[in-house]
Write a protein that binds this ligand. Structure first.
Ligand code: UD1
Ligand code: UDP
Length: 363
């Protein structure tokens, strides 16, 4: 029996891990130990995903959150090392580009444990983003790099990463969307409870540091959403980071026009995404989910890693630096716009393919 230690800590990682954990459970000769760094800790940012999607709690929780990037990553590195010394896994599995990803990968590499990185090869080419630093360093210390797209493969080749390590499997978030989509439809109580109607509201999410930590950008986004809400309801599930920044910068009054709710569980979020007329977001995962549900998307950033959605017309960028009016126009004019018929993210079988590649690698 080979042991995989999965190191994860942030909301999107719980969602990405859900279908892979299932695939690992179904693969003979593999077992998994889940190590939660504690980076996200509220029930609605963490527990709900383990309960609804994983059907189990993490095996270890290191309770490390907050602080500067260096302090958080450093504390995680030390604590993950302690757990890996006890568990002695055959491989460490990490997801995406958070501080938990980097801590897990770096710790394993230093302990000479092979590293597998899911969602490898994404690049924004913006080194001011903490995520860009995390994903580059993680890719360069990984032994198996699971990529979602052609673009990701090209990015890795351009950085000189050996092609033999790279496995193009598709996007695990597509697997999650396919796998849990039906359950989300069966639940289906959210819209009614909020008084929202199908195709008659905008869904927005905002949490990126580059937006939340710049009052001008955050102010422009909220001002645009408040103006749009005079015409069509705006549903805003509010990330705790954003809520804290809104209070600190005195922007609370702009929330009064919005249907502002606590972070949603994944099944509720899928329901909210599916029925929206437009999704406006700075989230990586939500941009792709808009495409999975064929809802036009406006990305509130200067650039995106998911460039194939720009090329196919399902997504468009608006920089929050352009101000409130530009954001309003971009969102309102995206209504009814459909992109090309493309399938850049695989067939929804990425998780099974990942489990098989890991099994063969460890055999
Ligand atoms: C992190 C990731 C980001 C990812 C996002 C997903 C890094 C560098 N950033 O950003 O890439 O897109 O998660 O959501 O790893 N907080 C709570 N409760 C929680 C979690 C966070 O109150 O359960 C608050 C705390 O004040 C915390 C702040 O949010 O200090 C920021 O959390 P943190 O994990 O540092 O970064 P995110 O913005 O969530
Ligand atoms: N999500 C959720 N509830 C919310 C907001 C987002 O379940 O209130 C899900 C969303 O459907 C997607 C993932 O969280 O699967 C995206 O995570 P997030 O936006 O926090 O981070 P990113 O993808 O930008 O790293």
């Amino acid at each position: 029996m080979k042991t995989i230690a999965t190191v994860l800590g942030a909301r999107p990682q719980f969602i990405k891990a859900a279908t892979i954990t299932r695939a690992i459970r179904q693969t003979e000769g593999l077992r998994e130990v889940l190590i939660h760094t504690g980076q996200h800790y509220d029930d609605n940012m963490s527990t709900v995903f383990f309960t609804d999607l994983m059907g189990q709690a993490p095996d270890h929780n290191l309770h490390i959150s907050g602080g500067t990037h260096g302090a958080m990553t450093g504390r995680m590195l030390e604590a993950v090392e302690g757990v890996l010394s006890q568990v002695r896994p055959d491989m460490v599995l990490v997801y995406g580009d958070t501080n938990s990803t980097l801590a897990g990968a770096l710790c394993a590499a230093k302990m000479h444990i092979p590293v597998a990185h899911v969602e490898a090869g994404l690049r924004s080419f913006n080194m001011k983003m903490p995520e860009e630093i995390n994903r580059r360093l993680t890719d360069h210390c990984s032994d198996l790099l699971f990529t979602p797209t052609d673009t990701a493969d090209r990015n890795l080749a351009n950085e000189g990463i050996e092609s033999g390590k790279v496995h193009r499997v598709g996007d695990v978030m597509y697997d999650a969307s396919v796998h849990f989509g039906k359950q989300a439809a069966e639940k289906g109580e959210l819209l009614a409870s909020l008084g929202l109607k199908d195709r008659d509201y905008i869904l927005a999410t905002v949490h990126r540091q580059e937006n939340t930590d710049h009052p001008d950008r955050l102010g422009s986004i909220l001002d645009a959403l408040a103006a749009i809400a005079k015409e069509i309801p705006v549903l805003l599930p509010l990330h705790p980071r954003t809520r804290a920044k809104i209070s600190a910068t005195g922007l609370d009054q702009l929330l009064s026009k919005l249907t502002c709710v606590e972070p949603l569980g994944y099944l509720q979020m899928v329901e909210a995404e599916r029925s929206a007329v437009v999704i406006a977001t700075d989230s990586g995962g939500v941009q792709k989910e808009a495409f999975f549900h064929k809802v036009p998307c406006v990305t509130l950033r200067d650039e995106t890693e998911w460039v194939e959605l720009l090329d196919s017309g399902w997504n468009r960028l608006v920089s929050p630096a352009q101000g409130s009016k530009a954001i309003q126009n971009a969102i309102l004019s995206a209504r009814g716009v459909a992109g090309a018929a493309v399938e850049p993210y695989g067939l929804g079988d990425a998780s099974d393919r990942i489990a098989q590649v890991i099994r063969a690698y460890l055999a």
